[in-house]
Structure formats: C-alpha cells, structure tokens
Design a protein around this ligand. Structure first.
Ligand SMILES: Cc1cc2nc3c(=O)[nH]c(=O)nc-3n(C[C@H](O)[C@H](O)[C@H](O)COP(=O)(O)O)c2cc1C
Length: 185
C-alpha cells in the first residue's frame, strides 16, 4: 500500500509520529515548513527524525515532485495534523505547495483524501471549508479521541485516532481497540 502523508502546522505532531512508526505502508512524506517548529516544540525532535521513518520524503516547496502528478498512483493521502490554513487552501483549490497540490490531485483523481484537523472551537469559515471538502469527496476525520475505550494515557488516545485513520486508508492495524472485541492486553 502507498500512502502520501502530509504534516502541517497544527498541534498534534504525535499523531503523525505514531502513524510513521506503525503504518504497514510505503509512506511518501511531506512536511510543511510551518510544521517544523510545531514538531520541534511538541516532540523535542526536529523533523529529520520523522523523515527517517518514511520510505520517501519531499520538500513542500517542490511542486514538481512525482507525487504532484495524477500519474502517481497511491491508495490514500492523509494530512495529519491538518491546519486550518492548509484545510482552507484545499477547500479553495489552491495548490501553492506540494501538500496542497497532492491533495488537489487526490480530489480530481477521486482518490482517498483524509484530513485530520485539530482546532477548537471551529469558526463558520472552518466548518464551511470542511463541508466543501466533504462534498468534493474528501474525508474530514477530526482529531477526536474516544472515551468508551477507557484510555489510560495520551498514547492510548493517540493510538485510537491513528488507528481509525489507518482504517480509513484500508490499512490493517492493531491500534484500535474495537468495540466489543476481546481485550487485547
Ligand atoms: C505551537 C503551535 C501550535 C499550533 N496549533 C495549531 C492548531 O492546532 N490548529 C491550527 O489550525 N493551527 C495551529 N497553529 C498555526 C499554524 O501553524 C499556522 O496557521 C501555519 O500558518 C500553518 O501553516 P501550514 O498549513 O503551511 O502548515 C499552531 C502554531 C503553533 C506555533
């Protein structure tokens, strides 16, 4: 399975980190320049440690990279975390970076596009942008943990959210504690 992973400057770098650590997929990674400082602030590592976990990584300014073309075949594109800035650009059809270009291509080629925004509260503008993307075929999978799984740590919450994103990609995973399935531990 081939997955494009875009990381943007919303809070939640740990979600992308966990995805990179556990995804059973060939990951094509793009990190926005604004997310560099969030990654550093939240994880204490610079983004090079994220790049090392990916199969391929690209510069967000390189709009000529191979994933910018509709001829690049992939199973899903995930933007996680997705900033309101990037979400607004995707909703407006703006493609001025590799992440926004690849997302526009995913929509036009009718491929799976999963955005994981993290913001609260949400303005009417943000909600309208989410509706627009949903109507265009994208999936808004906001970073919202479940509590029925009785999480005991931040890591438990992260695993639930990342596992559900993997489900949406069609990727096998053992991160999600499934409702009424036998306890794993
Ligand atoms: C520490 C930190 C946390 C941030 N958290 C969020 C957030 O949760 N959601 C969001 O939409 N923007 C957040 N931002 C703002 C974005 O980083 C900013 O809008 C940036 O322009 C996004 O650029 P990008 O979409 O190219 O990555 C945060 C910024 C910083 C410095």
């Amino acid at each position: 399975m081939k997955v494009i992973l875009g990381i943007t400057g919303a809070s939640g770098s740990i979600l992308a980190q966990r995805f990179l650590e556990t995804a059973d997929a060939e990951i094509h990674l793009v990190i926005s320049s604004n997310s560099d400082q969030v990654i550093q602030y939240e994880t204490g590592h610079d983004s090079s440690s994220f790049r090392k976990m990916a199969s391929f990584s690209y510069d967000d300014k390189d709009v000529a990279a191979r994933i910018s073309s509709g001829s690049f075949i992939f199973n899903a594109m995930v933007v996680m975390p997705c900033s309101m800035n990037t979400l607004a650009k995707i909703a407006a059809g703006i493609s001025d970076s590799l992440i926004t270009r690849a997302a526009a291509v995913a929509l036009k080629e009718r491929r799976r596009l999963i955005l994981v925004p993290r913001e609260m509260p949400l303005s009417e503008i943000a909600l309208e942008n989410m509706i627009r993307i949903t109507r265009a075929g994208g999936i808004i999978a906001a970073a919202m943990p479940a509590f029925y799984t009785k999480p005991r740590s931040v890591e438990d919450m992260v695993d639930f959210m990342v596992g559900r994103v993997m489900d949406l990609c069609g990727m096998d995973n053992t991160l999600v504690k499934r409702w009424k399935e036998e306890e794993r531990d």
